[in-house]
Design a protein around this ligand. Structure first.
Ligand code: HEC
Length: 126
C-alpha cells in the first residue's frame, strides 16, 4: 500500500468498526430516544398511564390487549398474540400487517437496528 492510500484505508476500517459495534449491540439508551420521537406522542411507559394508546409499562412478555383500563380494538383484544421480542419486532415493522384493523395508526419502523434498540428499551420498563 502506498502512503497515498493509507488515509482511505484507515477511514474504511473506522466505518467497519463503528458499523460492527452498533449492529451487535442493542442499545436501550438509543431506544429511549427512539421511543420519545416515534411512540411518545401516543404512549407513556408509566404504569397505568393510558394516552391515545395503552401504557407500555411491562409490555414485553404480556399478552396483547390485556390492560383492563384501556379500550382496545376487537382486533388487538382477540389477536391471541403475546408481546415477546420477536412478535414486537414484526408488529413494529408493520402494525396493520400483524394485526389487521388495529386502531394503532402508526406506519411502522423500517430500520431493524432502531426496532432492536426500541425493544431493548421497552424490556427495561417494568
Ligand atoms: C398515533 C398513535 C400511536 C403511535 C405513534 C404508536 N402507537 Fe402503539 N398503539 C396505539 C393505539 C391506539 C393502540 C391500541 C391498538 C388497538 O387497540 O388496536 C396501540 C397499541 C400498541 C401496542 C399493543 C399494546 C397492548 O397492550 O397490547 C404496542 C406494543 C404498541 N402500541 C407499541 C408502540 C410503539 C413501540 C410505538 C412506537 C414505535 C407505537 N406503538 C406508536 C397508538 C399509537
Amino acid at each position: 500500500m502506498t502512503m497515498r492510500h493509507l488515509p482511505i484505508a484507515i477511514f474504511v476500517a473506522g466505518i467497519a468498526w463503528l458499523g460492527g459495534g452498533h449492529a451487535s449491540a442493542q442499545d436501550a439508551a438509543a431506544g429511549a430516544a427512539i421511543f420519545k420521537s416515534q411512540c411518545g406522542i401516543c404512549h407513556a411507559v408509566a404504569e397505568g398511564r393510558n394516552m391515545v394508546g395503552p401504557s407500555l409499562f411491562g409490555v414485553v412478555g404480556r399478552p396483547a390487549g390485556n390492560l383492563p383500563t384501556y379500550h382496545y380494538s376487537p382486533a388487538t383484544r382477540s389477536s391471541g398474540l403475546t408481546w415477546d421480542a420477536a412478535t414486537l419486532d414484526r408488529y413494529l415493522t408493520s402494525p396493520g400487517t400483524v394485526i389487521p384493523h388495529t386502531i394503532m395508526t402508526y406506519g411502522g419502523l423500517q430500520d431493524a437496528q432502531m426496532r432492536a434498540d426500541l425493544i431493548a428499551y421497552l424490556s427495561t420498563v417494568h
